[in-house]
Design a protein around this ligand. Structure first.
Ligand SMILES: [Mg+2]
Ligand SMILES: [Zn+2]
Length: 200
């Protein structure tokens, strides 16, 4: 019926996401992480992802994996790491809705390596996301720049390289959070409050 159809369209139109960087945000930063045995969740990551899901957000991982383009590890290694992360999250009842990675080295000048918005744009198309009402959580300047490119609200976490990012550069993010857990609480307040995501 039309009513169902309209409802579907309306929901699709307002679908928000939270784009999560992987290394230094969900997983402990290891520097070219390529072995499933080295995968460990940052404390509170699974709880945060569950909260995002409860808030109605699509949880989308966007990660630069230039180790592939640099020849340090393979796509298969990356997929094994992804499987290990997904298994750890599942054990705590958390699940992401999508994961997008850039396999290129910086010198390949692709459109998907953050700060370029390519990964978020592909995810937006595939998952029907409203990017400028979405959120980005990351630990590097490139994450924050991607957020700007898609006009999403940006949260810098101090885990991973985050404390250095906070110290070294012009603050181009909207908010700083201690970690992904605090980022989730901030986002929950925005969504449950006015619903206004604003731009910093
Ligand atoms: Mg990172
Ligand atoms: Zn790329």
């Amino acid at each position: 019926m039309c009513r169902d159809c309209n409802r579907f369209r309306k929901e699709e139109k307002i679908q928000r996401a939270v784009f999560l960087d992987r290394d230094g945000v969900i997983l402990e930063e290891r520097g070219y992480l390529s072995h499933p045995g080295d995968v460990s969740l940052i404390a509170g990551a699974a709880e945060a992802i569950k909260l995002f899901s409860r808030l109605g957000l699509k949880v989308v991982v966007v990660t630069n994996q230039s180790g592939i383009g640099r020849g340090l590890f393979t796509r298969r290694d990356y997929l094994r790491v992804k499987a290990a992360m997904d298994a750890l999250l599942a054990r705590q009842g958390a699940k992401t809705d999508g994961e997008y990675f850039c396999p290129h080295a910086p010198w390949e000048e692709c459109g998907c390596r953050k700060p370029a918005p390519g990964l978020a744009l592909i995810a937006g198309k595939e998952l029907g996301l409203n990017l400028d009402e979405s959120f980005v959580v990351g630990d590097k300047r490139s994450d924050m720049e991607m957020a700007r490119a898609i006009r999403a609200k940006s949260i810098l976490v101090r885990t991973g390289y985050g404390w250095q990012t906070e110290r070294d550069g012009e603050p181009i993010w909207d908010v700083v959070a201690h970690d992904i857990g605090e980022a989730a609480k901030i986002i929950a307040r925005v969504i449950e409050g006015s619903g206004d995501v604003g731009h910093g």
